[in-house]
Design a binder for this molecule. Structure first.
Ligand SMILES: *[C@@H]1O[C@H](CO)[C@@H](O)[C@H](O)[C@H]1NC(C)=O
Ligand SMILES: *[C@@H]1O[C@H](CO)[C@@H](O)[C@H](O)[C@H]1NC(C)=O
Ligand SMILES: *[C@@H]1O[C@H](CO)[C@@H](O)[C@H](O)[C@H]1NC(C)=O
Length: 396
């Protein structure tokens, strides 16, 4: 599509006259469509100077001697079961200035992990964490979901600014303070702005680190409601499993369009290699966010060479507003995707919780035989067919 310089200025001029207006139009449509999708996604930390998140060096390094002098002998540490008090009675994480970022990561992951070393991770900034905001609705879904309350013991909230961290500590046990000095991630980020992209990519790099520490994880955006425990429904043969905006019916079909707001990864050499490759692919597609880059590289020969088994999760269990899970007896999670604006999102997330409460209050026999329907999307509703064609091909 690009005019070659050999065509000369005149030709390029003509080309521009003919193609610029339609190209601009396509660009505007593409932008607004993607905006609707991942707008205001909560995110993570990055140093603005180095693109790659160097976890260990992101924080001021405490000299070794100083560290040694101030760290008490192991016997003085509280036993693990006392380290994390419920949110109501004590701050979740003692602020220890001498603890390195990496030690803190390991400590928080270990405390939150299941017996088989899995954690649930979400990331949070101030914008999403104010009282009555998305975080509250997110946590509420775990409390009223079927068998999800105990999963809160395994949820790590990665806070990317002071406010989010404060809020996390007030309401949850496992909080990871991941602020990077001098970088402000607290505000709503404009979709596809350099800062937004940095955050999304930083998040990806962070998750690679979690894998390297030996933990399997479920990553969930904070605007996803958890109604059932998803672990029994992951494919037993999948290394990396990801939710979809629309599901084509075959979990191995690479043409499924992934939504990176929810994914599951098993810690092994294949997934670590896969995350590294994914992250490094940013350089090939400047300005494209990580979800769309995945949508391109999923076909790469190198992915096949790594041998990582990718699986796409059915919207029947892992739904969203783009394609709701239709069966209340099966739904695990519902994502407020295909929705723009915080107010609208919160409104429909709350409505979703009301639907669920109504469903669970039915007598069991009625519940199982009834064809209970979502009342959402309401304020998130978009015209039918709006997404149908445009979403399928990534706009590179
Ligand atoms: C990766 O492979 C090496 C050797 O092949 C093995 O020792 C190591 O445990 C593997 N790491 C993980 C995380 O599976
Ligand atoms: C839930 O049930 C209440 C009481 O039966 C009813 O008033 C309300 O409309 C229901 N809400 C939805 C979303 O179905
Ligand atoms: C919750 O799960 C249990 C066990 O799987 C099941 O018996 C019960 O009917 C479920 N309740 C709802 C509301 O789905």
């Amino acid at each position: 599509m690009k005019p070659s310089s050999a065509q000369g200025i005149k030709a390029a001029d003509g080309f521009l006259h003919r193609w610029l207006p339609p190209l601009l139009f396509v660009g505007v449509v593409a932008l607004s469509v993607t905006l609707l999708y991942r707008a205001t996604a909560p995110v993570v930390f990055v140093s603005s100077t180095s693109r790659r998140v160097d976890f260990i060096h992101a924080y001021p390094v405490v000299p070794k001697q100083q560290l040694a002098a101030s760290v008490p002998p192991p016997s003085l540490y509280p036993p693990p079961e006392l380290q994390y008090e419920p949110a109501s009675s004590a701050p979740a994480v003692p602020q220890d200035a001498t603890e390195s970022q990496e030690m803190r990561l390991e400590r928080v992951l270990k405390a939150a992990a299941t017996a088989d070393n899995a954690v649930i991770i979400t990331s949070l900034n101030a914008f999403w964490s104010t009282p009555g905001s998305v975080l509250d609705v997110f946590l509420e879904s775990f409390r009223i979901g079927n068998g999800t309350r105990e999963l809160l013991n395994h949820l790590v909230i990665v806070a990317v600014d002071d406010k989010a961290y404060e809020r996390c500590v007030a309401v949850h046990r496992h909080c990871l303070d991941f602020k990077v000095e001098g970088v402000d991630f607290s505000a709503e980020k404009v979709f596809n702005s350099p800062e937004y992209l940095d955050m999304m990519w930083a998040r990806l790099d962070f998750l690679r680190l979690v894998l390297e520490k030996g933990f399997d994880f479920v990553f969930s955006d904070v605007d996803i409601m958890w109604f059932r425990n998803p672990f029994p429904y992951f494919y037993s043969d999948g290394d990396f499993q990801i939710s979809c905006d629309r599901f084509k019916g075959d979990p191995t079909d690479l043409k499924n369009s992934p939504n990176n707001g929810f994914n599951y990864a098993r810690s092994n050499n294949r997934t670590i290699e896969f995350f590294k490759y994914w992250y490094s692919s940013r350089a090939r597609f400047p300005g494209v966010h990580e979800q769309n880059v995945l949508n391109i590289i999923k076909f790469d020969q190198h992915i096949r060479d790594i041998g990582v088994k990718l699986r796409f999760l059915s919207t029947e269990r892992f739904g969203g507003f783009c394609e709701p899970s239709r069966n209340f007896n099966k739904v695990c999670t519902m994502h407020a995707n295909c929705c723009i604006g915080l107010r609208r999102k919160i409104n429909d997330l709350r409505a979703m919780l009301d639907d669920w409460r109504n469903f669970t209050s039915l007598p069991p026999d009625v519940r199982i035989s009834s064809n209970f329907k979502w009342s959402v999307p309401q304020t998130c509703r978009i015209p039918p067919g709006f997404f149908s064609k445009k979403e399928k091909t990534p706009q590179v």
